[in-house]
Ligand binder design. Structure first.
Ligand code: NAP
Length: 345
């Protein structure tokens, strides 16, 4: 790790190889910041630089193989002005629910906050949480219920350790991580500001290096899974946010040094609507988009939400589902063509 010689501000971003991490990195670079990014291997750093050689002078990489390792960020934190912690396990298959999911999510968050507390240069921290941490299960799909950033998921560590259903484990991992972050702020009263961004499913172009379209992160794969399917699949989450909006929120929370929990929902999500948009925006691909709908492709009426604090405090204007799907479709269809021709994306 050799610090880039510049006077511009330096942000530590974890999980640069990821969907959210790549978009967030590009947002900071475009705003004139330098980035120190964590990746799990040199190969991941090389792939990122191969995709974005124009940023080589303003990004440096630190290898953090495992978020749960003690002192994972002790070196990476040195001299940074801010931290955007996006890395967290986001898979549906794992060997060990505690070691592979719960511990990296929780310990990665507490370890980066401890590291930031030991580094006087850090002025603000932003953490990528998830709607997973803001579910009031007792309300179900209650149409009369308005979800706000006051809502917390009621997971209990001991129960989560015993229960090994992947989606449940992911939801629990994000809840423990975000709760631990706010507990840290309450108890440790650090010298920096901290905000959390609480997004539902994040859609939009996959800006991270991608080797193959079967290797997309889970949420980018959600749109691609409609193409060439026999029927439009069930909608996993009935609300969405655009990935560029998420990247902007991370940047603005740091640039404006805010301290808040932002429920960050951009609009209604529906796979049947996504299929319709794909057909309309990409008529040459329309024959690949199914018409038949699986049960749940059109979500039932559900709760509403209040994400206005992010608009007011972070200056975000939410991107529509149509524009999000259009950008994702453009990227995915051209990536498919490039990969077929032996290129890389
Ligand atoms: P992603 O593409 O899978 O990125 C996850 C990143 O975390 C990758 O860089 C990954 O490294 C790294 N990582 C995972 N486990 C790790 C570990 N044990 N040690 C070190 N690094 C680890 O997923 P994403 O969609 O960008 O998710 C980023 C963040 O957004 C996560 O906190 C996720 O919970 C949150 N989020 C995502 C969505 C969504 O719909 N995508 C919705 C709500 C919240 P590798 O590349 O080496 O695997």
């Amino acid at each position: 790790m050799s610090p880039a010689p510049s006077t511009s501000k330096l942000v530590l971003i974890t999980g640069v190889s990821g969907f959210v991490g790549s978009a967030t990195t590009l947002e900071f670079l475009q705003k004139g910041w330098r980035v120190r990014g964590t990746v799990r291997s040199q190969a991941k750093a090389d792939a990122w630089l191969k995709k974005y050689p124009e940023h080589a002078n303003n990004i440096e990489f630190v290898i953090v193989k495992e978020l749960a390792e003690d002192g994972a960020f002790d070196e990476a934190i040195k001299g940074v002005d801010a931290v955007a912690h996006t890395a967290s396990p986001f898979f549906t298959t794992f060997k060990d629910n505690v070691k592979d999911m719960l511990e990296p999510a929780l310990k990665g968050t507490t370890s980066i906050l401890k590291a930031a507390k030991s580094e006087p240069s850090v002025k603000s921290v932003v953490i990528t949480s998830s709607l997973a941490a803001a579910q009031d299960i007792s309300k179900g799909d209650d149409v009369g219920f308005t979800r706000t950033s006051e809502v917390w998921s009621p997971f209990v560590w001991e129960e989560a350790c015993l229960f090994k259903v992947p989606i449940f484990t992911y939801l629990a991992s994000k809840t423990f991580a975000e709760k631990a972050a706010w507990k840290f702020v309450e108890e440790e009263k650090p010298h920096f500001t901290m905000s959390t961004i609480v997004p539902p499913i994040i859609l939009g172009p996959a800006l991270q290096p991608v080797q193959s379209l079967s290797d997309l992160n889970l949420s980018a794969a959600a749109i691609w899974s409609i193409v060439d399917a026999e029927e439009i699949p069930m909608t996993a989450v009935p609300v969405f946010i655009n990935v560029i909006d998420v990247a902007k929120a991370h940047y603005e929370a740091i640039a404006r040094a805010t301290s808040n929990r932002y429920l960050f929902i951009g609009g209604e999500n529906s796979n049947s609507e996504i299929a319709r948009i794909l057909k309309e925006e990409f008529p040459e691909q329309a024959h690949r988009i199914p018409t038949k709908e699986a049960v749940g492709a059109t979500p039932n009426p559900h709760w509403s939400w209040d994400s206005s604090p992010a608009e007011r405090e972070l200056g975000i204007q939410y991107t529509s589902l149509r524009d999000t799907v259009k950008a994702a479709g453009q990227q995915l269809f051209s990536a498919e063509k490039a990969l077929r021709l032996g290129g890389q994306v």
